[in-house]
Design a protein around this ligand. Structure first.
Ligand SMILES: [Zn+2]
Ligand SMILES: [Zn+2]
Length: 412
């Protein structure tokens, strides 16, 4: 489910509707485009009318995660989409989850206000995610043991539930339900802490750091492209970071260019340095060509949010077919699909992609806990795709993505 945030344009104040993980704010009133920057996850609050309470409002943090958990075990590779909002403080009496309220009510960005206090987040994010993932088959796999687990996140944020304090009664400020009694919570630190300046979101004009021209992007883009000087910039907590980008020549048939993170790395524990090493270690049903010994091994991770199955399949097809690609610098094409999966999440996916690519589970799976990447380099590469009815097809590698999935992934 998508959560919406009411946000004023920092230039003209007009209301703009953002999705919870959007980092780009394009205002249709004044035409300005701004990038949102924060140290750590975004923080939101459920809209409330508790301001009049004399003692201020206490805010209880909930961890919001939307993304996929991947699990590699003897049973193969499992995945599940997780969409959850779980309490992140151990204070007794709080509802364990915010349920549908964030979706029904929309969110406001957390801002410093008067006497309000904030309960610290003291339950670790990993523990919360594990609990959210522990259902059905995945639960059995988590308990029986696995070789590798990865969370590929799409949104990770905090949502605060406002709680009013009146005459020692703690009440959910939205539905009025009692959540606790100060006298019974004496052992628990219910005072909370004050707002931290580092939580604030900063707005930064989306001008190209190289040439000063304005850059534009979809709200959920993680990379901005400058049309004037042809540079590409990843959005990070510290500002824009220049990234090297390439593209595979497409010709007239190319209707769409899909972005991939090309992660070139060594895996010493598996003695994988070249593409030939990879072909041999993963027991592919083909003989490595002599030239593949000179070709550094790269993992190709889709730089777009896709359903887990398609994500793995597309990455596998390009990773195995990388020897057919010759990406180069070139004139940027107008029809480039936005990068919606940041480089950091793509790195999280490398081990899962290695497991997906192998033709022999036993050669690779048991080593996954020891796998470390060294000499890592990341580039962004756009691959041309042809329009084949219901599918987008990358002609060099035969990678295929159903059109309806790509649309789904974009708004997922
Ligand atoms: Zn505006
Ligand atoms: Zn520029």
């Amino acid at each position: 489910m998508d959560l919406h945030v009411a946000q004023g344009c920092p230039q003209c104040g007009a209301p703009v509707d953002l999705a919870e993980s959007d980092q780009i704010l394009s205002c249709s009133y004044c035409g300005s485009c701004n990038v949102l920057q924060a140290q750590g996850p975004f923080r939101y609050v459920l809209p409330h009318a508790g301001e009049e309470a004399g003692e201020g409002v206490l805010f209880a943090p909930y961890l919001r995660f939307k993304g996929t958990i991947f699990l590699v075990s003897d049973q193969g590779i499992e995945h599940r989409v997780i969409d959850t909002t779980q309490v992140a403080t151990p204070m007794p009496g709080l509802p364990p989850s915010l349920g549908l309220r964030p979706q029904a009510m929309g969110l406001h960005r957390l801002a410093p206000e008067g006497l309000h206090r904030y309960l610290p987040q003291s339950i670790r994010a990993n523990a919360i995610l594990e609990k959210a993932a522990s259902v059905g088959e995945l639960d059995a796999m988590l308990k029986q043991g696995y070789y590798h687990r990865a969370y590929i996140g799409e949104s990770l944020s905090y949502i605060y539930l406002p709680i009013t304090i009146e005459a020692s009664q703690l009440r959910d400020a939205i539905n009025g339900r009692q959540v606790g009694d100060m006298t019974q919570l004496a052992d628990f630190m219910v005072k909370g802490k004050s707002y931290k300046a580092s939580w604030a979101v900063k707005f930064k004009a989306s001008t190209c750091p190289h040439c000063g021209d304005m850059m534009e992007g979809a709200g959920n883009s993680r990379v901005l492209l400058c049309e004037s000087c042809e540079s590409a910039w990843a959005l990070g907590a510290e500002g824009f970071k220049r990234i090297d980008w390439y593209q595979q020549a497409g010709g007239k048939q190319a209707r769409l260019y899909l972005p991939f993170w090309k992660i070139t790395a060594h895996i010493p524990v598996l003695s994988i340095y070249s593409f030939a090493d990879f072909i041999v270690r993963t027991n592919q049903p083909m003989l490595p060509r002599p030239r593949w010994r000179e070709r550094a091994m790269s993992f190709w991770i889709p730089a777009m949010k896709l359903r887990p199955k398609i994500f793995l399949q597309a990455g596998r097809q390009v990773t195995l077919g990388q020897w057919l690609l010759r990406p180069e610098k070139g004139r940027p094409m107008p029809n480039r699909f936005p990068v919606t999966l940041p480089a950091s999440e793509a790195l999280q996916a490398v081990k899962v992609m290695l497991a997906t690519c192998t033709a022999s589970d036993k050669n690779i799976y048991p080593h996954l806990p020891q796998v470390r990447l060294t000499e890592t380099m990341m580039h962004l590469v756009y691959l041309p795709c042809s329009d084949r009815g219901h599918d987008w097809v990358q002609p060099d590698t035969s990678m295929t993505i159903p059109k309806n999935i790509l649309k789904f992934g974009r708004s997922m």
